[in-house]
Design a protein around this ligand. Sequence first.
Ligand code: HEM
Length: 404
Amino acid sequence: MPPEDRIPSKTTEDLALLMRYVQLSDTDLAELNSLADAFDGESESAASAFYEHLLHFPWFRPILEDPHLLDRLQMSQISYIRSLGDAELGDSYISRQARIGRAHENIGLPVHLFVGGYAYLFERLLPGLLKHAEIRDESSGQQQEKTPDPSKFIAILFKRILLDAMLAIEAHVSTREEHLVHQSEQLAAVGELSASIAHEIRNPLAGMRGAMEMLKRGRVAGRRRDEIINEVSEQIERMEGLVRDLLHFARPTAPSPVPLDVQASLAHAVAHTTQLADSTEIEVKIVVAPDATQVLADPVLFDQALLNLTHNAVQAMHSSGGTVQLSSRREGDAIVIEVRDNGPGIPPGALPRIFQPFFTTRHKGSGLGLPIVKKIMRAHGGEIELASCADAGTVVSLRFPRDR
Ligand code: HEM
């Protein structure tokens, strides 16, 4: 059973305990099962009546507007009603009720409104079932045991529906809790991000303000004045870069993957990197494995990911010089693109935070380059890995799941 379909901590032992609690016995289940034909017979009309009933209430109308959805729901409801005649309740019963609970939390239906639906089904099904039992008992004469008296039968159906509701509610509520935790984590992340952005903007602003004050007072002239003006332009460039990276980071990433020629794509990244690498001491190499010449990726996003990585690699070795190698290889079904430098490496203490937005080991970096690449890889269903060794360099591997 997929873990997400399980009601937290619910085992068949828990189920047995819950059945004892609501006093639903195996004999009761056998009683319901003896009316399986009646559940089948009633299911279609009861399901239609259920949704007609729901349409009388303003809470459900917006959800039920879509006619295709109504068709789908009708089928789900028919199958639910039929399942009320099941003779045994086990693992698949637990998972089914969990799925029902989750489905209704996922569509944003409040738990109390969801539960109210069981009352309608109960009342709608009862007369048909009792009638069916009555006819059956009359025609079977003495050979078969009689259906218990109506009040007992009503109690059995009630207990079964109640048990279903209990399990569905538990899954509904725990899914809601998961959603709330997720929301609060997202809010915390937004808070952290805002604080980092504020910090990133405040620093250059303070520098620029200081520079403007000096210029305003007119106490600087000649070369010093030019230096100050250059510093201000640098800070403006830095802020522009930050805004550009922020937009890339924040933009929803919906890739349109196409088969890309790896050699050409890497060469494109290298062309840009060589522009960046004003130090002639940096050599850039491309090594494409014969069985890894194509990758399935969005061209714009692939370019961006590689530019960010090669940019990082070149910047890492800026003063010392060295080699940046872009390569491709096949690993099973996946194509791995690797950007390797032999620069000074990332300090071990920084590695755990390397994919965190705004974390940077460089004076000039926005700290968004790697988070953007990670986001791009996630959107492709791929993975990113980074390994770094002091004085031996850094390797970033991008694993694209398929090359078809
Ligand atoms: C007696 C209470 C209810 C029962 C037993 C029930 C049953 C079900 C079942 C079996 C499913 C399919 C779940 C799955 O396997 O993924 C489902 C989905 C759904 N139900 Fe209910 N339901 C109930 C109440 C309601 C109510 C009150 C509404 C109000 C509009 C509603 C709207 C929906 C919707 C929109 C879906 C998702 C359909 C989809 O996207 O495929 N249900 N329900």
